[in-house]
Design a binder for this molecule. Structure first.
Ligand code: GLY
Ligand code: MN
Ligand code: MN
Length: 446
């Protein structure tokens, strides 16, 4: 991502924050995994969106109209020993030189310097209630200014969340952002194809996970956007199954929900396919129903259509289908009104997608579902999950979990599916998997 893109974002943010006010946003922390081992560092998405600065222990400050410079970055000072053990970091000079900060200061001096910057500002915007260190520090800085009121300084009178401003910006993707999202989507689609090709009974779920991550990294994408779900058979009925520890069995379906991250932008794809390469009859019937629901939902994705239209379309298709197959009984209208479908389809149709897999942005404005607009990206992911303990349905349906998920961009004239590089019709999936069988000589080929 070019510096000019970050600059554009900061300019817009400062316009919205307004002169006489100040905005603060802190970096993510390094988190401890165990003893002296850390988790891989992932920058806070809001902080990265505005700065492109990929280090912990940093605070960005925006003061629209400040004569000495509007964008100030507090960060770690360059430390030779740290560089030797942990690698490069920008230091104060790098913050201004490479990240276009107007001014930079050591993060260790933030208490002294920031109180001064807050003096005589009207309103402080920051991610309220998200980082308790920043919550406490801000209170302490304001208290400190108040204690000096007799010398004529005034403490900010208002504190507001920066999120409504920033998250509304993040909801609409620029062409530079879409380029990264398309790359994440394409690589993820290829990895799902690979998983279908490498799937064989007898392998473990985590081995398929390894195939997927292997593909991401070979394609140049270092991180997953979220922990991969690789769920064979009834494990697919556990919505957030990430143990990925079971052996794959012929006769079961395999649900894979996995996505790569490309320079902090996520893809999020789910496919469900038969481990043997061929759906049995009940699996095919439920699969086709989920696919029909997904296609009906995608059809609703047009500018000016309310967000919930796609969800409602999926609920209607799924309820009708469940009645037809005998999993629900009664009038479709009443079943929808009583939300009877929720025992099998218990989540919503999807979510915004961007730097965070469940991305930021309001779904309702003034308590009404907002309308879709060009530049928004969302997932469409209906599913059916029939618990193995569900006594109200025929045994042939039990233990089947299916979800189909694509990432869709709203365009000026309709939509574009970013993840259509991986098959999802029964015919296409079976054709792809039949090719593996013939290439490897079937199961004996393993
Ligand atoms: N992978 C998380 C989700 O699909 O929402
Ligand atoms: Mn999703
Ligand atoms: Mn997903």
């Amino acid at each position: 991502m070019k510096q000019s893109e970050f600059k554009k974002r900061r300019k817009l943010l400062m316009q919205r924050v307004g002169k006489g006010n100040i905005a603060l946003i802190s970096s993510a922390d390094v988190r401890i995994r165990n003893r002296d081992v850390d988790y891989p560092f992932r920058q806070d998405s809001d902080f990265y969106y505005l700065t492109g600065f990929n280090e912990p222990d940093a605070l960005a400050v925006f003061i629209p109209g400040r004569e000495q410079g509007e964008y100030i970055l507090f960060c770690r000072e360059f430390d030779k020993k740290k560089a030797l053990w942990e690698g490069a970091h920008s230091g104060l000079e790098g913050a201004t030189k490479h990240y276009a900060a107007d001014d930079s200061f050591p993060i260790d001096d933030v208490d002294e310097i920031l109180s001064g910057m807050l003096e005589n500002q009207n309103k402080v915007f920051y991610p309220m209630g998200r980082d308790s260190d920043l919550d406490h520090s801000l209170q302490a800085w304001i208290k400190h200014i108040r204690s000096q009121s007799r010398s004529g300084v005034i403490a900010p009178a208002e504190i507001a969340s920066i999120e409504p401003i920033l998250h509304e910006m993040r909801l609409f993707k620029s062409s530079a952002e879409l380029e990264l999202m398309r790359r994440a989507a394409n690589v993820t689609a290829q990895a799902h194809v690979k998983a279908m090709q490498l799937c064989k009974a007898g392998r473990y779920e985590y081995q398929i996970e390894a195939d997927i991550v292997h593909h991401f990294m070979q394609a140049g994408l270092r991180a997953v956007a979220y922990p991969s779900i690789v769920a064979g058979g009834k494990n697919a009925c556990v919505l957030h199954y990430t143990a990925n520890s079971d052996k794959l069995k012929n006769g079961d379906l395999l649900l894979i929900d996995a996505g790569a991250e490309c320079d902090h932008y996520a893809a999020d794809i789910t496919r469900t396919f038969p481990i043997s390469g061929k759906f049995n009859e009940p699996q095919a019937q439920l699969y086709q129903l989920v696919l029909d629901a997904q296609l009906a939902a995608i059809e609703q994705l047009q500018p000016n259509t309310p967000w919930n239209a796609a969800h409602d379309a999926s609920v209607e298709v799924i309820t009708k289908g469940l009645v037809k197959l005998g999993l629900l009984k009664g009038s479709v209208k009443k079943l929808i009104k009583d939300e009877k479908y929720k025992q099998f389809y218990m989540h919503r149709i999807g979510h915004w997608l961007g730097m965070d897999v469940h991305d930021v942005g309001d779904y309702k404005l003034n308590q009404e579902w907002r309308t879709l607009q060009a530049g928004m990206v969302l997932t469409v992911e209906p599913g059916l999950y029939i618990s193995e303990n569900c006594k109200t349905v025929d045994t042939k349906w039990r233990g089947i979990g299916i979800r189909i998920e694509d990432d869709v961009l709203i365009t000026k004239t309709g939509h574009e599916i970013l993840t259509d590089g991986v098959p999802k019709t029964i015919v296409d999936i079976e054709a792809l998997m039949a090719r593996n069988q013939s290439e490897t000589g079937g199961e004996s080929g393993l």
